[in-house]
Each structure stands twice: as C-alpha cells, then as structure tokens.
Unconditional design. Structure first.
Length: 243
C-alpha cells in the first residue's frame, strides 16, 4: 500500500509545487495514479505565499486530486486570530502571539494584502475583511488525522501510551515531548512534522518529514510502502536516514 506525504509547508508555494512534481515523477515510474498524497499541516506562516498555498490546495482537491490535507498548529493559530475576537491558543508559549516575528503571522497576512504595520485593532479588522471566508472555512474544516495501512498521519505526534483512537487534538497538533524521545511502538508508524529536522528521518516507530521549510530549507516529500519510506529527489527515490 503506497502513500505519499509532504512535510510542513509554511507559505512556500514554489517548494510545494516542486515536491508535487517529484511525486508526479514517482507516480509515472511506478504506475500508481491513485495513491493519496498527505500534506502534514502548517500550510501558513513565515513564507510569503500562504494565500497562494491555500488556493493551490483547494484547487487541487476540487479537481479531484488524491490529496489529503491535515491541520497544524500554525493553521489553528491563524484561524484563532481571524475569529471576531482574536484568540491565542492555550498551548502557545507564554508571551508569544501569532503576530510575533518568530511565528510568521504577519507574513501570512501580507500575502492577502493586509497592511501589517497598523495598530492591532485595525490590523485585525483588515485581516478579517481581506482573508476570504472560503480560506477560513477550508482551514477550520481540515481533519486532524489520517490513517492508511500501517501509517497514522498527524501534524505533531501522539502521546505515548494512549491508544490512537483516544488521542486528543491538542497533542496531535502541538506535542513534542514525551513523543519525540519515545521508543514505544505506537501500533502504527506515526508520520508527522512540526519539529524541524535537518532532513526527513525514519526513527522506526515514527517518521519526521518536517525538513524546515518554515526556515527556508527544502521541503520534503516521501513515498511510504508498508513501514518503509524513501525521500523523493530529482534523481528518484533516496534512502532516508535512520534516527
């Protein structure tokens, strides 16, 4: 059972288009037009083209592309800010706000033509007016998980010791520890992003495909067959490093 997966996007439209091209080449090579391509979340923030990323994904899904798009914590921060009264998610570190330069919310709003130098009240009103309702609805409706074969896909990871069916959304989109250091068999291979690595890495019980597009490093796309996975490159499939 073959599945493709794409790491955190973070407003990098050209990188997203590049890795989709790599997936198309692999589809041709193996003759599989139907295997889903799972986007692991964090569509927005830091990059300059969030609006374009969301349009690209919406158009692909509308055309019948076999894509799955999951939500990430940055997507949740964006929609929380765009509520009638802007809200900061509880899991965000104390003192941080979506518009903080470390998180990239201002770059997201700028991609919609919002003047991000305004006072916060005016900026929020401008953002609500300029971000299309269809984009907000799309982000709000994104699923949190996807399961296929021996794989369980989510943005951040799972809480060790809790059955996959009982995982809660906050952990699925925000968790780092104790997930990252756990050597437990979670029942399925957990395919996730959220915590950037130098390269996509297979740890046996989990596969981290966030290779730092949010910090302007190359985005990763992988192909998974059973619990084995390969990085897609210009030269074809490459063996993933083991963690």
């Amino acid at each position: 059972m073959r599945t493709y997966a794409i790491g955190d996007i973070h407003g990098q439209l050209s990188e997203l288009e590049r890795v989709h091209d790599l997936i198309e080449r692999d589809r041709v090579a193996c003759g599989d037009r139907d295997a889903p391509a799972v986007h692991i979340g964090d569509l927005c923030d830091r990059g300059t083209a969030t609006a374009g990323v969301i349009d690209y994904l919406m158009q692909g899904l509308a055309s019948g592309a076999p894509w799955v798009v999951l939500t990430g914590n940055h997507d949740r921060m964006m929609t929380a800010f765009l509520e009638p009264t802007p809200r900061t998610p509880d899991r965000l570190l104390a003192g941080l706000h979506w518009l903080d330069e470390r998180l990239g919310g201002r770059e997201t709003l700028a991609s919609y033509g919002v003047d991000t130098d305004q006072p916060i009240e005016a900026l929020h009103a401008d953002a609500v007016a300029r971000v299309p309702a269809r984009h907000v609805d799309f982000l709000n409706d994104l699923p949190v998980t996807y399961e296929r074969g021996e794989c369980f896909f989510c943005h951040a990871g799972v809480r060790p010791g809790i059955p996959l069916a009982d995982q809660v959304e906050d952990d699925l989109v925000w968790i780092r520890e104790p997930f990252l250091s756990s050597t437990d068999d979670h029942g399925k291979l957990i395919v996730h992003g959220h915590t950037p690595a130098d390269v996509a890495t297979h740890y046996g019980n989990r596969l981290n495909i966030d290779s730092g597009a949010g910090y302007f490093r190359p985005m990763s796309a992988v192909v998974i067959e059973g619990r084995e996975a390969w990085l897609l490159t210009e030269g074809g499939r490459a063996v993933l490093p083991r963690g």
